[in-house]
Design a protein around this ligand. Structure first.
Ligand code: BGC
Length: 754
C-alpha cells in the first residue's frame, strides 16, 4: 500500500482518529481502507501481553512469556551479541503472540541509585546504554516487530514523574541524558520512540518540539513515530504540532475531536496532520502480520537462553582467598528465603508472567546434592529480625564448610511508581549477615537488587556477587556461577557508592516543588566519583573472574591527527589463570587539558573477549572525533579542543592497565562572542587580536592613572591582573572618558566581525 495515496483517501476525522489508541494496547484500524490495527505490549525484558483486564502498572496478569534478565542485569554483560540474541528471542515471542511493537528498551540514565525504575535501565553511562539498546533493537526488529525506545527524555526518577520539570544544561542533556538515545536511534532506528511523562526545560516532553523534532528528527535522524507514554498527553494539538504522533491509550475520542477542530479553525496545519498519519502508517503496515503464518517459539530454548544470559550478567564483586567457586565436596549452608523465592524482576509495567522459574536452592542441589543444607534466615515480608530464624541459620552454618546467603531488595523496596528513600537492605537481612560473618569464616553473599545497595558487610564477607534481577532462570545461573560451571564475566554498569550522600545527585534528588535541577551537570556516576576522588564501594566497570587477564602491548595508530581522523587502538589480552574466561576490556579517554570542566575519564569503547586458559588475543578499537569531543553549547555541536588526550585501557574504570597519548587538532575554531561583560583576559587569549589587545593594555595602563614605573615587580603583576580582569564595558570609565562609549561599540563590532 502506498502510504501517501492512503492518506489522500482519509477524511479529516479518520486522520485525527488514527492518532490515538483503539483501547489500552491497540492502534485503530480503518477497515474500508484495509488499515490494520497493531498491538503494542510491554517490554522490555519479556512480553506482558494482556488479554483480560488491562493496566499499565503490572497489576493484572498477562500471558506466560520468558522473563529474561532485566536491563540492570543485562547491562552487566557488556555484550552486544548477547543483547541481540535476547532481542531476537523477544521478537520471536512477540511475533508468535501477535504483538507488533514491543515497548522497550529503556535507556534513561541512572542519575541516582534511588530511582525506583533503575532496574529497567541499563547504566549511568550513555555509551554503554546506547550500544546495548541498539543491539537489542536490531535483534527484535529483525523479526518484523517494532520497538519503542523509552522514555524520551530525562525521566530519571519516579517521584512526580508525570509532571516534574527537569532543568538541565544543554551540554549535560546532549552528552549524558540524550546521548544513549542518539546512539540507539542512529545505529538501530527503532520503529518508535516513547516520549516521557515529565517536562523538560519547562515543556512537557509530549509537546516539546525542540526535543521531538529539532533533536530527535533533526540531529538524530529518527524515521519512525513518537508514541506517548501511557497517558502522557497534556495539550494534544501542541503535541501533534511538536511531532508526537500516537497518543496511548487514547482519550475516548476527546483529543481526536480537538485535533479536528484545530484543523478546522486553522490552528493546526492539515499538512502536519498528514505527515503524522504517514509516519504512523509506515510503521503500522510494517508491524502488521495478520496475513503471515504465526511462527511458534521454543519456550525451552528461550529458558535456556535466559539462563545463559543470566550467567553472563552476574557480577562477582569480591572473592577473597578464592572462596568461590564452591567445591562439590564442600558442605554448604544456603541461607535466606530468596534462595527459594529469588527476586528476579522488578515491579510495574515490565512485570512478566514467567513460563517457569528456576529455584536457586534446587539448582544448587543439582551440583552439591545432600551436602547443601538450607535455612530460611529471615522473613522477606518483614524488616524485623526473627530470632528463631537467625539461630536456625547459625546452627546449620556451624556444621558447614561455607555459608552462602541469598539476600537482596524485596519487591516492596523498589518499583515503577516510586523511588527509594535509602539504599539499605532490610534490617533483618543486615543483622543476619552480620551474625553469620561473625560466626563463620567463609561467608558468601549473593544479592538480588535492581539498583546499588549499601554493603556494611563488604569487609567481612569473603565473597559477594550481585545477580541484579536476572530473570526466570536466575536461580539456575546462580548455581552455575557459584559452582564454577560458568566463570563470571559481568562488570558493573554503574558505581556502588559507599553511602548515598556521596552520590552527585544527592542534593538535588528528587527536586523541590515542581522542579528538579540537575546541578551536577555532566558529572554523573563515575564521571563524578573519579574526578572528585570520592572512594566508592565498587567502581563502574568492576567485576572479577575465576581466572586472570594480563594486558599488554598498547598500540595507537597515530601520535597526532586532526579531528576528522580515525585512531586505531589495539592491545593484547592474555588469560593467565587456571580456567577459560571472558574479559570486558574498557577504553576511556582523558582530556589532558581543557578550557571547560570535563570528567577525568569517559568510556569511549568496550569489547568482551573470550579466552581459553593460556590463550592471548588482540582486541582493537576505533576512535573518532566524538570520542575526544565535548558538547559545545555555543556551537550547539560536538567540539574537540586541540591538545593531548590520554587513552586508558583497563579492566574497570579504576583498574587501568595501559595508557597512551595522542594529540588531536581541531579543524574548527571557536571564538568567544564579545560583549561588554567579556574580560580583557579573553581578548588577550584570542590569537586573532594579539596586536589589538597589546594596544588596549597600553592604552588602559596609560589612561588609568596607574604609575607603573613607580611600582615594584609584585605591584606591576597585581596591576596587570586587575587590568586583564576588566570587562570591556569598563574601559570608558577606567580611562576617564579617553576611550568613549562609541569606541566600545566599534570595538565590539570589530571583535565580533560584524
Ligand atoms: C510506563 C511505560 C509502559 C507503559 C505501558 C507506563 O506507565 O511508564 O514504560 O510501557 O506504561 O504499560
Amino acid at each position: 500500500m502506498n502510504v501517501q495515496n492512503l492518506v489522500r483517501e482519509l477524511t479529516l476525522e479518520d486522520k485525527a482518529s488514527l492518532l490515538s489508541g483503539l483501547d489500552f494496547w491497540r492502534t485503530k484500524p480503518i477497515e474500508r481502507l484495509g488499515i490494520p490495527s497493531v498491538m503494542l505490549s510491554d517490554g522490555p525484558h519479556g512480553l506482558r501481553k494482556q488479554q483480560g483486564d488491562t493496566d499499565n502498572i503490572g497489576l493484572n496478569v498477562s500471558v506466560p512469556a520468558t522473563c529474561f534478565p532485566a536491563a540492570c542485569a543485562l547491562a552487566c554483560s557488556w555484550d552486544e551479541n548477547l543483547l541481540r540474541r535476547i532481542g531476537h528471542a523477544l521478537g520471536q515471542e512477540a511475533r508468535s503472540e501477535g504483538i507488533g511493537i514491543l515497548l522497550g528498551p529503556g535507556v534513561n540514565i541512572k542519575r541516582s541509585p534511588l530511582c525506583g525504575r533503575n532496574f529497567e535501565y541499563f547504566s549511568e553511562d550513555p555509551l554503554l546504554a546506547g550500544k546495548l539498546a541498539a543491539a537489542y533493537i536490531l535483534g527484535v526488529q529483525e523479526n518484523g516487530v517494532g520497538t519503542s525506545l523509552k522514555h524520551f527524555a530525562a525521566n530519571n526518577q519516579e517521584f512526580k514523574r508525570i509532571s516534574v520539570d527537569v532543568q538541565v544544561s544543554r551540554r549535560a542533556l546532549m552528552e549524558i541524558y540524550l546521548h544513549a538515545f542518539e546512539i540507539a536511534v542512529k545505529s538501530a532506528q527503532p520503529w518508535t520512540v516513547m516520549c516521557a511523562y515529565n517536562k523538560l526545560l519547562g515543556e512537557y516532553c509530549s509537546e516539546n518540539s525542540s526535543l521531538l523534532t529539532d533533536i530527535l528528527r533533526g540531529k538524530f535522524e529518527f524515521e519512525g513515530f513518537v508514541v506517548t507514554d501511557w497517558g502522557a498527553v497534556n495539550d494534544r494539538v501542541r503535541g501533534v504540532q511538536a511531532g508526537c504522533e500516537l497518543e496511548m491509550p487514547g482519550s475516548g475520542g476527546l483529543n481526536d475531536r480537538l485535533v479536528v477542530e484545530a484543523v478546522q479553525n486553522g490552528t493546526l496545519d492539515e499538512a502536519i496532520l498528514d505527515r503524522a498519519v504517514e509516519r504512523l502508517l509506515r510503521v503500522i503496515l510494517k508491524a502488521d502480520h495478520a496475513n503471515d503464518p504465526v511462527p511458534p517459539y521454543d519456550r525451552k530454548a528461550d529458558h535456556r537462553l535466559a539462563r545463559k544470559a543470566a550467567g553472563e550478567c552476574i557480577v562477582l564483586l569480591k572473592n577473597e582467598r578464592n572462596i568461590l567457586p564452591l567445591r562439590v565436596s564442600q558442605k554448604v549452608a544456603v541461607i535466606g528465603q530468596m534462595a527459594k523465592e529469588m527476586r528476579f524482576q522488578g515491579g510495574g509495567s515490565s512485570k512478566v508472567n514467567p513460563t517457569c522459574v528456576d529455584v536457586a536452592l534446587d539448582e544448587l542441589r543439582v551440583y552439591g546434592g545432600s551436602r547443601v543444607s538450607y535455612a530460611r534466615g529471615y522473613d522477606i515480608e518483614r524488616d524485623e529480625s526473627d530470632e528463631a530464624l537467625v539461630s536456625e541459620a547459625l546452627s546449620i552454618a556451624k556444621e558447614s564448610d561455607v555459608v552462602v546467603i541469598f539476600a537482596g531488595l524485596p519487591e516492596r523496596y523498589e518499583s515503577e511508581g516510586y523511588d527509594r528513600t535509602h539504599i539499605n537492605l532490610p534490617k533483618n537481612q543486615i543483622e543476619l549477615i552480620d551474625k553469620l560473618t561473625g560466626a563463620h569464616e567463609k561467608v558468601v553473599v549473593v544479592l538480588a537488587n535492581g539498583s546499588p545497595v549499601a554493603m556494611p558487610f563488604a569487609k567481612k564477607a569473603g565473597g559477594i556477587l550481585t545477580m541484579y534481577l536476572s530473570g526466570q532462570a536466575a536461580g539456575g545461573a546462580a548455581a552455575d556461577v557459584l559452582y564454577g560451571a560458568v566463570n563470571p564475566s559481568g562488570k558493573l554498569a554503574e558505581s556502588y557508592p559507599i553511602a548515598l550522600e556521596h552520590n552527585p545527585s544527592y542534593l538535588n534528588f528528587p527536586g523541590e516543588g515542581e522542579t528538579v535541577r540537575y546541578n551536577e551537570d555532566v558529572f554523573v556516576g563515575y564521571r563524578y566519583y573519579d574526578t572528585k576522588h570520592i572512594p566508592v564501594r565498587f567502581c563502574f566497570g568492576h567485576g572479577l573472574s575465576y581466572t586472570k587477564f594480563q594486558y599488554s602491548d598498547l598500540q595507537l595508530s597515530k601520535e597526532e591527527m586532526d579531528d576528522n581522523g580515525v585512531l586505531e587502538v589495539s592491545c593484547n589480552i592474555k588469560n593467565t589463570g587456571p580456567v577459560e574466561g571472558k574479559e570486558v576490556v574498557q577504553l576511556y579517554v582523558h582530556d589532558n587539558e581543557s578550557s571547560v570542566m570535563r570528567p577525568s575519564k569517559e568510556l569511549r569503547a568496550f569489547t568482551k573477549v573470550s579466552l581459553e586458559k593460556g590463550e592471548e588475543k588482540t582486541v582493537s578499537f576505533t576512535l573518532k572525533k566524538q570520542d575526544f569531543a565535548y558538547f559545545n553549547e555555543q556551537l550547539d555541536d560536538w567540539y574537540v579542543e586541540s591538545g593531548a588526550f590520554t587513552v586508558l585501557v583497563g579492566s574497570s574504570s579504576q583498574d587501568i592497565r595501559l595508557t597512551g597519548e595522542v594529540r588531536v587538532h581541531s579543524t574548527r575554531e571557536v571564538y568567544p562572542v564579545y560583549t561588554g561583560s567579556t574580560p580583557l583576559r579573553d581578548l588577550i587569549a584570542d590569537k586573532r587580536f594579539e596586536e589589538l589587545s597589546t594596544a588596549l593594555v597600553r592604552m588602559l595602563t596609560k589612561h588609568s592613572g596607574l604609575k607603573m614605573e613607580e611600582l615594584d615587580e609584585r605591584g606591576r603583576e597585581f596591576a596587570a591582573a586587575i587590568i586583564e580582569g576588566l570587562p570591556l564595558k569598563s574601559f570608558p570609565s577606567y580611562t576617564k572618558g579617553y576611550f568613549t562609549h562609541d569606541d566600545l561599540q566599534q570595538l565590539l563590532k570589530t571583535l565580533n566581525n560584524e
